[in-house]
Design a protein around this ligand. Structure first.
Ligand code: PRP
Ligand code: MN
Ligand code: MG
Length: 181
């Protein structure tokens, strides 16, 4: 753990760029949800950082809940099998749900989650993903709010991990292939 910099090849999105983008999207979301009961659903664990900063960028009221799902385990590829590790505590009936994700990679996690949420009676369900990899999509995900489209590289930081490490980096950076190959 001594020299994290040697395990990264380049910074893709800086902390400053992230925070500017969160302000921009928070302004859009608060206008879009004016007068509505907004429930943010963070997808653990990757979305912890974006949820914490995005929620505080929102000027208006909201509720917060968490769902824990995992498909990557300790690898760099999605297993394709999404497991619920913690379900919501909140009844979605009549709520306007905004799912907050760190990244859409293959799209498998979110498409599974959207299907899982579809029958829970929400008034609306939309997605905010800070990052999206258009070249990695295996399934299309209808994502209303996107922070940054990024190239198809394995990225870590700002909540994103490789084998549970790197989540605490402030920027989003490309993991050096020697770390996982
Ligand atoms: C990562 C990431 C997204 C998902 C995106 O989660 O946080 O939730 O993968 O990949 P996909 O579009 O290919 O499904 P992960 O399964 O690694 O769990 P974590 O959030 O606990 O790290
Ligand atoms: Mn995740
Ligand atoms: Mg992960």
């Amino acid at each position: 753990a001594a020299d994290i910099q040697s395990e990264l090849t380049q910074v893709l999105v800086t902390e400053e760029q992230i925070h500017a983008k969160l302000e921009e999207i928070a302004a859009r979301v608060s206008a879009d949800y004016a007068g509505k009961d907004l429930l943010l659903v963070g997808v653990l664990k990757g979305a912890v950082m974006v949820m914490a900063d995005f929620a505080r960028a929102l000027p208006g009221p909201m509720m917060m809940d968490w769902m824990a799902v995992s498909s990557y385990g300790a690898g760099t590829r999605s297993s394709g099998v999404v497991q619920i590790r913690k379900d919501l505590d909140t009844d979605l009936h009549d709520k306007h749900v905004l799912i907050v994700e760190d990244i859409i990679d293959s799209g498998l996690t979110l498409s599974w989650l959207l299907e899982n949420f579809a029958s829970r009676g929400a008034s609306s369900i939309e997605v905010f993903a800070l990052l999206r990899k258009p070249d990695a999509a295996k399934v299309e995900v209808n994502c209303k709010y996107v922070g940054f489209d990024i190239p198809n590289e394995f990225v870590v930081g700002y909540g994103l991990d490789y084998a549970e490490r790197y989540r605490n980096l402030r920027d989003v950076a490309v993991l050096a292939p020697h770390v996982y190959s």
